[in-house]
Structures are given as C-alpha cells and as structure tokens.
Design a protein around this ligand. Structure first.
Ligand SMILES: [Zn+2]
Length: 137
C-alpha cells in the first residue's frame, strides 16, 4: 500500500455518515443495506434511494470493485496546497455490491483502464482514514 501523505479537506461526519467513517477507521468499507428491498446504498443516508424505506442497516463491503470511469487531475481547484499532489487519478468505482463510489486512486495508475479490478485501501490523512482504491494485481 502506498502510504504517501495526502492533504485533504477532511470529511465532517454527520449523524447519518458517522458509522461509515468509523468503519474506515477500523479498516472496513461499510455500506447501508435496505431491509425492505435488499438494495445496497452508498453514500450514507436516512432512507433507501431505491424504495424509500427507512429501515437501513450497516453491512461490510468486500472492498472490491471495477473502474467505471476515471480522470487524471492536473489542475488544483482547491488551492495551491494541493499542487504537490498533482497529478492524481479520480475514479468512479462500481463496487461488487452494486453502488458506484467516487474515490481517489493510489499507486501507479499509468496503465489504468475502464473495467480494471480495484481494491479499497484506507489512507491515513491527519488521523482520519479515507477509503481510496488501488488496482488489484
Ligand atoms: Zn429499499
């Protein structure tokens, strides 16, 4: 795992998202699962986006997925403090469980292709673990 330091605008957990971020701290990618329609949900919310039910529980995801799309970022839109991170790769990841997740790729992405297998990695940024991804071997 690439342990490079990343400066980031860190997330502010809400009542709805706090379990997700706590899961990251424990090295677990958590998704919500709907008791009514069995749909899997990302990002955290109070009601199921598939059926509207509010009976949701937390379930650990495999952390595996595939690249739906990606983009290499060459310009910082957040200010000069991000310039040392450029360029980096953002990717839309189709998780094995179904939801699509926007995240950052770690490691060498020079050969990244749509459909590539990826695996979550939790990167410590100022004491907050963030769920990023790397290409699977
Ligand atoms: Zn549902």
């Amino acid at each position: 795992m690439n342990q490079q330091t990343i400066r980031a605008h860190l997330p502010t957990p809400t009542v709805d998202s706090a379990p997700f971020w706590e899961g990251c701290t424990q090295g677990k990618l958590l998704l919500q699962a709907c008791d009514a329609c069995k749909g899997m949900i990302y990002f955290p919310r109070r009601a199921c986006p598939h059926c509207g039910a509010s009976s949701l529980r937390w379930a650990q995801a495999s952390g595996r997925g595939r690249v739906f799309s990606f983009s290499e970022v060459h310009v910082s839109f957040y200010g000069p403090e991000w310039n040392s991170e450029l360029p980096y790769t953002l990717a839309l990841i189709d998780l094995e469980e179904g939801p699509r997740m926007l995240s950052r790729m770690m490691g060498d992405t020079s050969e990244i292709r749509i459909g590539d297998s990826v695996q979550v990695v939790f990167v410590d940024v100022e004491n907050q673990k963030l769920p990023f991804f790397q290409l699977s071997k």
